[in-house]
Write a protein that binds this ligand. Structure first.
Ligand SMILES: Nc1ncnc2c1ncn2[C@@H]1O[C@H](COP(=O)(O)OP(=O)(O)OP(=O)(O)O)[C@@H](O)[C@H]1O
Ligand SMILES: [Mg+2]
Length: 248
């Protein structure tokens, strides 16, 4: 069997008396684009946080690339190749986009960049930063301060920041939330064009975006994974239409 990027077994998360995630199992193959859908409060973000290590699980197991990470803190999972948005706090509003990327690059690879600092190395960092901005179509704003970005452009910058650590698996929680239709289109196109060596697990409410980007879709409802299938299988499933779309 192909290598799994993410493997979750019987994962449960309780908040006091509330079971937000209820014995969810799923396996995402390396290179796959998996989209999580489900109504508000279904447990999607909580499941995400348990996989990334932001939250401790109440029960069950999480593996990344075959390595059991259930008890590893978030930064150790990041070291295994986990990238994620949207940690807005990582954006320095008064610095330019290029400077933000440069800092992020230096931050993720401190030993490589800082211990052997030289003009040549710094040029390499700047070049990588520029590449990162090009990838999310923000190269033309490289010298503008982050505070002058529109909401949609800030999300593009956050995507660049997440990608800058060369993640093997990228977690995106509603990357298109709050965007205009044209911004939504450009972010989803960028996600669609990510190289296939990056596995993507994404929560998405916009059904068009979700079904266009996904190889497979997992439907969460009241903390449980009620269905997994191709976009077509999910779209035509009567139970999903009932719980998610509110009609059959
Ligand atoms: N830190 C927390 N403490 C207590 N309850 C929480 C906490 N985080 C989430 N919950 C509850 O857990 C359930 C699942 O929430 P979660 O945010 O995972 O849902 P979601 O599927 O991401 O919803 P949405 O589509 O609205 O983002 C909800 O009932 C929510 O109120
Ligand atoms: Mg959520």
């Amino acid at each position: 069997m192909a290598l799994s990027a993410i493997e979750v077994g019987d994962l449960t998360k309780d908040f006091g008396g509330l079971r937000a995630v209820d014995r969810v199992s799923l396996r995402v193959a390396a290179g796959e684009r998996r989209v999580l859908i489900g109504p508000n409060g279904a447990g999607k973000t909580t499941l995400f946080h348990c996989i990334t290590g932001t939250l401790r699980t109440s029960a069950g197991r999480v593996s990344l690339f075959g390595r059991d990470v259930t008890h590893l803190p978030e930064h150790r999972r990041t070291a295994l190749g986990m990238g994620r948005t949207f940690q807005t706090s990582n954006v320095f509003m008064d610095l330019s986009l290029l400077e933000n990327l440069v800092l992020a690059i230096i931050g993720t690879d401190r030993r490589k960049w800082v211990m052997h600092r030289s003009v040549g190395t710094f040029e390499a960092v700047r070049a990588k930063a520029r590449e990162g901005l090009e990838l999310v179509a923000l190269a033309h704003r490289a010298n503008d301060a982050a505070k002058f970005l529109s909401y949609g452009e800030r999300r593009q910058l956050e995507l660049a920041l997440a990608l800058n650590s060369d993640p093997r698996v990228l977690f995106l929680d509603e990357p298109c939330a709050g965007l205009s239709p044209s911004e939504r289109h450009s972010i989803s196109r960028m996600i669609g064009e990510l190289p296939r060596d990056i596995t993507v697990l994404m929560i998405e409410h916009d059904m068009d975006v979700a079904l266009r980007l996904a190889d497979r879709v997992t439907v969460l409802h009241r903390g449980r994974a009620i269905l997994e299938g191709t976009p077509t299988e999910v779209q035509t499933n009567p139970e999903v239409r009932e719980v998610y779309f509110g009609h059959v």
